[in-house]
Design a protein around this ligand. Structure first.
Ligand code: DGL
Length: 268
């Protein structure tokens, strides 16, 4: 079995871990939440790149066989450098699902809700340029990540802020919205409350985990088994809180897994 490192600026990557536990429960996981530094999305490119590198080096030093950069912002700013430095292990990133969105949209108008850093990045700009026939309404979700980190994904304040952010997307007539930040799948319920059931919401967790599986198979490290592996929750802020939020936010049943939680102050 493989040891898989998953990291995000906070609890957002739990949406990826959740899917990984659904598809590949037999592996062991380390989930690293850098919550002391969340949100990343409003920080500089250099800061995001160097912090992401530091965290991936830490995960590699723990013996991870693969690392999931479960953060669109870190993927946009740092994945090329991380792959370069850690060339002996697969590094799987996550990008806003604008390709599936363009394919699924019937009117060709798609909203993209992501962090400011993701929307401004060269990687995202290059991705957009590959789909000239679709109209993308880009919207930075400023302020949403801290509310989700505080356990307020369905709170009144979140609904109000979300309504403001969704207005330009709604006004443009989008029939599809890309959840371009791994925190945002935890807003599905709130978005449905505001926009109803007909809006198509896209996140890429399923595709990202399938990619992880392919990489593990290529290395001979994936074997189907009926067992559940372990999960180590590491937080730079509050490990118990992270474990608790994982139980609240994820659909996966954590009971069968051997769980540990740990506060780490320095990743050097
Ligand atoms: N969850 C992250 C992402 O996918 C980062 C959010 C943030 O820290 O701003 O972009």
């Amino acid at each position: 079995m493989a040891l898989i490192g998953v990291f995000d600026s906070g609890v957002g990557g739990l949406s990826i871990l959740d899917e990984a536990l659904r598809q590949l429960p037999e592996h062991d996981y380390i989930y690293l939440a850098d919550s002391i530094n969340a949100p990343y999305g409003e920080k500089s490119s250099d800061w995001i790149a160097s912090r992401s590198m530091e965290l991936c080096q830490y995960l590699a030093a723990q013996g991870c066989d693969a690392i999931m950069v479960a953060c669109n912002t870190a993927t946009a700013e740092a994945i090329a450098h991380i792959r370069n430095q850690l060339s002996n292990i697969p590094i799987i990133g996550v990008e806003p699902g604008i390709k599936p969105a363009a394919m699924q949209s019937t009117n060709g108008i798609v909203g993209v809700l992501a962090t400011e850093a993701t929307l401004k990045s060269d990687k995202f700009t290059a991705l957009l340029a590959t789909l000239p026939n679709c109209q993308f309404i880009k919207q930075a979700g400023a302020g949403l990540v801290p509310l989700i980190e505080a356990g307020q994904a369905n709170g009144e304040e979140t609904l109000e802020l979300l309504a403001e952010h969704l207005e330009p997307i709604q006004d443009a007539g989008a029939d599809t919205i890309v959840l371009g930040c791994t925190h945002y799948p935890f807003l599905r319920k709130a978005i449905r409350k505001l926009l109803g059931d007909s809006i198509n919401l896209i996140d890429t967790s399923d595709a990202v985990v399938r990619q992880l599986k392919r990489k593990l198979e290529a290395q001979g490290k994936h074997l189907d088994a009926d067992t559940c592996g372990s999960i180590r929750f590491i937080s730079s802020k509050d490990a118990e809180m992270l474990h608790q939020m994982a139980q609240e936010l994820m659909q996966s049943d954590l009971d069968g897994h051997n769980i540990e939680s740990q506060l780490v102050n320095s990743f050097k």
